[in-house]
Design a protein around this ligand. Structure first.
Ligand SMILES: [Zn+2]
Ligand SMILES: [Zn+2]
Length: 443
């Protein structure tokens, strides 16, 4: 079948991305599902910081590639051998599907199953091969076995988890990455206990979901740290007991002072060396620093070896929130149903309101117009349900001033992303204006 997709042809293009346009919306061919696969109509796909990192070439990927690794959709067709899912079922995608057989999988740690690395590096599906190609026949690579910046995706059965039809798919989408990663870091990796004292460093989509989970899990003290004062305000509204502005030299000392020497558990979600060093510095003696933010592939962090030994400190990674998706997605969605993971309540969440986005599109007219024209001319299946995009990432907002942040909360995320580092998204805005995409934010 033919459909529209946003293709990344080159990593590391120069900024501003609104000009260099690393993503190109193009009509592509998608083969039907093979054995063990299914065709999903993408209902919503997130704009995660990892997508931006891919564009920035923080992690090399085979090109060309359709990115997008966090989403939800409706099963439209199943391949041979798929028995437990039928067309019409709703699913959340999993960007780190597992083999089920290796030593990690059998120990209940499918999130670190190494089979994912192989197909991620070669741009193939976990079931082997590619289902995407350009109209001239050139193969197009898959991102993490998914490729969700498209109207449809063919994915392996194990790349998705069936969910209840009562969950709005645009909310469900960010459970595929931001929620599993953030809430999972607190509930699974840290195994936070009620009454605990915990800090979250970095309040993007992952950090905010870590905060929600800390509140839901009954933390007694929740310290939130970010470089953006507006996010600290949000964090207070959502249950942080103490907030600290990062980016100044005194921050670590202030947190240590206020918490009698630091927190027992500190979750770092920004994926930067500065954030990680701050997280280590505000971890108490005997405490644990958990990093859930994906840094540049070559980034190295240093710490005092002696203090790690004599103060019994530990440093741990948390990938996809140490989740077993089949076990944890229903649990996390259950918390959402109870209002404990209120991804839909965030004030900058914008549902399908395209009006607020148009001024931004006009400001960056040329690139957006070109993409819009292609869309208009293309033979897209107009009857298809529009894709919904939302960002769960703080990337779009980093470095913004508080008033800017509030203003963009009011008018919608894509205005923000054009101002901020995520300006690569401008072709997508054109798609949005044409009704192909629907956008919302939970940055
Ligand atoms: Zn992600
Ligand atoms: Zn495995």
């Amino acid at each position: 079948m033919r459909m529209m997709a946003a293709i990344l042809f080159e990593q590391g293009k120069p900024r501003p991305y609104a000009t260099s346009r690393p993503l190109v919306i193009e009509e592509v061919e998608l083969d039907g599902p093979g054995p063990g696969e299914m065709l999903i109509e993408v209902a919503a796909a997130g704009l995660c910081h990892s997508d931006l990192s891919t564009i920035e070439n923080q992690r090399p990927r085979p090109l060309p590639i359709v990115i997008g690794h966090e989403g939800a959709g409706i099963v439209r067709e199943v391949g041979p051998g798929v028995k437990d899912v039928v067309p019409g079922d709703h699913v959340v995608t999993v960007f780190a599907p597992s083999c089920g057989d290796c030593r990690y999988c059998v120990r209940g740690r499918p999130n670190i199953c190494p089979t994912g690395n192989a197909f991620r590096a070669t741009g193939q599906l976990p079931t082997g091969g590619r289902r995407l190609k350009r109209l001239d026949g050139t193969p197009v690579n898959h991102n993490s076995g998914l490729s969700l910046y498209a109207q449809y995706a063919v994915v392996a059965r194990r790349s998705a988890v069936k969910i209840g039809k009562d969950i709005p798919l645009d909310d469900a989408a960010i459970f595929g990455c931001a929620v599993m990663t953030g809430a999972g870091a607190v509930l699974n990796t840290a195994r936070m206990e009620a009454g605990a004292a915990i800090a979250v460093v970095g309040l993007g989509g992952v950090g905010m979901n870590a905060l929600f989970a800390a509140v839901a899990g009954g933390a007694e003290r929740i310290v939130a740290v970010d470089t953006n004062p507006a996010k600290l305000e949000l964090a207070k509204q959502w249950g942080a007991t103490d907030v600290f502005l990062a980016g100044n030299e005194d921050c670590a000392a202030q947190v240590r002072e206020a918490t009698d020497g630091g927190l027992d558990t500190v979750i770092e979600t920004a994926g930067s060396i500065a954030a990680m060093q701050l997280a280590i510095a505000i971890t108490a003696r005997g405490g644990e620093t958990i990093s859930a933010g994906l840094p540049n592939i070559n980034a190295q962090v240093s710490y005092l070896h002696a203090s790690m030994v004599s103060e019994e400190r530990s440093i741990r990674g948390s990938y996809m929130g140490s989740c077993v998706p089949e076990r944890d997605l229903p649990r996390l969605l259950g918390l959402y149903r109870r209002g404990k993971l209120p991804v839909d309540k965030q004030p900058h969440h914008l549902r399908s309101d395209q009006r607020g986005v148009r001024p931004a599109e006009r400001r960056h007219g040329a690139a957006a117009d070109a993409a819009a024209e292609r869309l208009t001319r293309s033979k897209v299946d107009r009857g298809a349900r529009p894709i919904r995009c939302r960002t769960a990432s703080g990337a779009a907002f980093s470095g913004m001033k508080g008033d800017q942040f509030s203003a963009t909360i009011a008018v919608g995320v894509f205005q923000t992303t054009l101002n901020g580092p995520s300006a690569w998204i401008s072709p997508i805005i054109a798609g949005l204006d044409k009704g192909w995409l629907r956008c919302m934010s939970s940055a």
